[in-house]
Design a protein around this ligand. Structure first.
Ligand code: GAP
Length: 427
């Protein structure tokens, strides 16, 4: 089922997941800010990815590279020449479009005639230095992965890694997109999570297939409806790629691409060796064979994944909105309610349960209005469990635990709550 993006955007703003960037100044196209719940969800997502990459796999280490690099990097990488979009302008209303996005040869807004496409480089330039006329033109990184290639040798020299191995990173990238839009889908500032897997050229096919399946399985493990994910093979390839597949969110109401699996081969290390003059070849410690390592890249969008997770988890049942987020990702794992806010004994008992759990997991507190409304409010932000402290609790030290997805309730002893919730959340 395809869901409306408008509803997701509205929920994201109303409940503090995502706000338009610079909103009080009328906004700035292609920029967004994450709110209190959004930052929790995004951090949970990134922590899960990081653990999966660096702890659940052997031979993968992480780095955190700078956003601005020596501008020669972008010459060597091919981006100064080839990181371009074909741009057309309407001769009548002067609106600009990415030629690839337009079905016919007329302006989609006013039907006017379009100019011939001009290439437009989407790297975002900046200037460094203080003296006018002597400033250095640099670029905000157009893809996060370049800092991994720049540090490939440093990583090798400072660790005990041997080929094959991987270096991963989560970090910001910037693109002067011609047509930013569709909420978080096409932004000018966004976050990528990348793995660069360095291997022997003869093993590229094996590792390409391995990472393609491995990444798909990971995405399937975090989405509410894994059946909504699929592969798309690229016919038109980026300048660095010999073969590429996308992992798509097929039920998207807009674009579908979430992550690219790219056969980069020796493009990057050979290019940086040539432009920097530093030998980035690898000598096998056992066979002494000397070669340029080849690279399989998995490069995904954190913001796109975040948006697709919201779309995938969003459900309506009558007037009730439920975000059926994977409990491991939910901003709050549990919400604590004293049945009545004006009964000190209930509030005190509920506070003790709250204090006991908050050292272990993200816990929300709500004592406003009736219990039904409190459930609705937590359902809408994806809290998987709600706990009510009622008069029975004062008698027998048990609480009502209510499940977000089924709305069923069960009594659990307070002493068993931490173990019960831990098991449910990590199921
Ligand atoms: N290092 C390879 C690389 O950057 P890409 O396909 O251009 O490859 C990888 O980008 C991922 O980054 C995409 O699959 C997408 O999820 C995300 N991404 C790319 N451009 C984006 C944009 N303008 N806004 C949000 N996410 C974007």
């Amino acid at each position: 089922m395809t869901k409306s993006l408008d509803k997701i955007v509205s929920l994201a703003k109303r409940r503090g997941f995502v706000f338009s960037g610079s909103e009080i100044y009328g906004g700035l196209q292609g920029f967004y800010d994450y709110g209190p719940l959004g930052v929790e969800l995004k951090n949970n997502l990134k922590a899960l990815w990081w653990k999966w990459m660096t702890k659940d796999h052997d031979n993968i280490v992480g780095i955190d590279g700078a956003i601005i690099t020596n501008p020669k990097v972008w010459e060597a990488s091919g981006h100064l020449k080839s990181f371009v979009d074909p741009l057309v302008e309407c001769k009548k209303c002067h609106r600009r479009f990415k030629a690839d996005d337009i079905p016919g040869d007329k302006c989609p807004d006013c039907g006017g005639e379009l100019t011939a496409p001009k290439v437009f480089n989407i790297l975002v330039p900046t200037e460094l230095g203080v003296i006018e006329g002597e400033k250095l033109k640099a670029y905000l990184r157009g893809e996060a992965c370049q800092t991994i290639y720049l540090n490939y040798k440093n990583v090798l020299d400072s660790t005990r890694l041997k080929i094959p191995f991987g270096v991963c990173q989560i970090g910001k990238a910037f693109r002067n997109e011609v047509t930013p839009g569709n909420f978080l889908f096409r932004q000018r500032e966004f976050e990528q999570w990348d793995l660069q897997w360095f291997c022997h050229p003869s093993e590229m096919e094996k590792w390409f297939e391995f990472w393609k399946e491995e990444r798909m399985n990971w995405y399937k493990s975090i989405f509410t409806h894994p059946e909504n994910l699929g592969f798309y093979e690229h016919e038109k390839l980026a300048h660095y790629a010999k073969k590429a597949f996308d992992i798509n969110y097929e039920a998207s109401p807009i674009g579908k691409e979430m992550e690219g699996i790219h056969w980069r081969g020796d493009w990057d290390l050979a290019g940086h060796s040539k432009f920097s003059g530093v030998d980035l070849n690898y000598t096998d410690p056992e066979t002494k064979e000397n070669y340029t390592p080849n690279i399989v890249e998995t490069s995904g969008g954190v913001d796109r994944t975040f948006m697709f997770l919201l779309v995938d988890a969003y459900e309506e049942e009558g007037d009730r909105i439920i975000l059926k987020l994977n409990p491991r990702l939910a901003p709050y794992k549990v919400a604590i309610f004293p049945l009545l806010a004006n009964k000190p004994q209930l509030v005190e008992k509920a506070k003790a349960v709250y204090d006991n759990l908050k050292g272990e997991m993200a816990v929300a507190w709500d004592d406003r209005g009736n219990i039904g409304k409190r459930y609705y409010s937590q359902d809408e932000i994806g809290t998987p469990y709600c706990i009510t402290i009622d008069f029975d609790t004062l008698e027998n030290d048990t609480v009502t635990v209510r499940d977000r997805d089924t709305a069923t309730q069960q009594r659990v002893a307070i002493s068993e709550l931490p173990a019960f919730l831990r098991a449910e959340i990590n199921r």
